[in-house]
Design a protein around this ligand. Structure first.
Ligand code: PHE
Length: 360
């Protein structure tokens, strides 16, 4: 065997023996790199006789070509092996059961407030808020609630410790104080709803010391009882999703509205189960009335120039009726099983209500 043939056999067997891409690269450098075994021989050609130079040059170039080919073939093979090893290592077992991502639910009370807000937003109302801790003035006096009214009694209302001026703040007993706050700072036309927490000293299956109300207030020129009725009929029908829901206005009394009306919706009870929208029974769902002239005056406006109507509803009660929840106390138990059952997926929110778009 000539020296060149030995070199060739040696290099080719190194290529075959290279077990990974790094080893193969080392073989390549050892042969064809600047100081590689073939390169060195090629450099020496200059010193040979012309005839020998030609022969040796041809032979070396042939070895060089064969070697390059062998390296490239080996490289392809090693790359393919590396890829299948990687695929094997990263294999995903698609037969494994999928783990459902944990998603939070929307609490039925939040959902109900969102529904109420969406319906009134369609009618041009915006949302107003006020403090939970109120003064006697906003919660009672400005709303024309007389000093002897039972709502002012200790056993009905939560009072806080007296302040420096010996005035006792009160946990608001309704959302109506926000009517006053809004009328004081905004000029008519006013169209607001006020969802929020309210507090009364009561606790049983249908009462909680903390609960939620949503107030409504419309103030403007020439606002009359017809507006009140139209607005609340539309609301009730949209909220319960019953286009021809019977709605009844029953005379009532609130110190801050005159005249006042309780709003009832048609229902019937079958085997103790309530069905909304049909039958000859009635269910009270909210209080309302034309804003009392004294209240308008208390807010610095002239009742001969502007009038309005107001309403207030219990959010728990509406949620219980719509979603068939029987015990009010469960709203606040934070029982995960209850929340999973009655809660809403956030994704449901766009489909908040039906039936109002054509009507208004
Ligand atoms: N504030 C009243 C209540 O708590 C509800 C109401 C609001 C009635 C506005 C009339 C007008 O019962």
């Amino acid at each position: 065997m000539t020296e060149i043939e030995t070199l060739k056999a040696d290099l080719l067997s190194s290529v075959e023996g290279a077990s990974d891409l790094a080893a193969l690269e080392a073989v390549r450098l050892d042969a064809l790199g600047k100081k590689g075994r073939i390169s060195v021989q090629l450099k020496r050609l200059g010193a040979l006789e012309p005839e020998q130079r030609k022969q040796t040059g041809q032979a070396l170039n042939q070895v060089k070509d064969e070697l390059a080919e062998a390296i490239s073939a080996r490289q392809k093979l090693l790359e393919a092996e590396a890829l299948s090893a990687q695929l094997e290592a990263e294999r995903v077992d698609i037969s494994l059961p999928v783990q459902q991502p944990l998603a939070g639910n929307i609490h039925p009370l939040s959902r109900t407030v969102e529904e109420i807000a969406a319906i009134f937003a369609d009618m041009g109302f915006s949302i107003a808020e006020g403090p939970d801790i109120e003064t006697d003035f906003y919660n009672f006096t400005a709303l024309n609630i007389p000093p002897e009214h039972p709502a002012r009694q200790e056993h009905d209302t939560f009072y806080l410790r007296p302040d420096a001026e010996n005035v006792r703040p009160v946990l608001r007993t309704h959302t109506s104080p926000v009517q006053i706050r809004t009328m004081q700072k905004e000029k008519p036309p006013i169209r607001i709803i006020v969802p929020g927490r309210t507090y009364r000293s009561d606790h049983d299956a249908t009462h909680s010391p903390m609960f939620h109300q949503c107030e409504g207030l419309v103030i403007g020129e020439n606002i009359h009882m017809g507006h009140l009725k139209g607005c609340l009929i539309d609301f009730c029908r949209a909220f319960f999703g019953v286009d021809d829901l019977p709605v009844r206005f029953r005379p009532s009394f609130f110190p801050f509205t005159e005249p006042s009306a309780e709003v009832d919706i048609g229902c019937r009870r079958v085997d103790g189960k309530l069905e909304i929208g049909a039958g000859d029974d009635w269910l009270e769902i909210l209080g309302s009335g034309m804003v009392h002239p004294k209240v308008i005056e208390n807010c610095g406006m002239n009742p001969d120039e502007v009038q309005g109507f107001a309403f207030g509803m219990g959010v728990e009660r509406l949620a219980m009726l719509k979603y068939g929840i029987s015990d009010l106390r469960t709203f606040y138990d934070s029982d995960l099983r209850w929340l999973k059952h009655y809660g809403f997926l956030p994704i449901d929110v766009p489909a908040l209500h039906t039936g109002l778009d054509e009507g208004v």
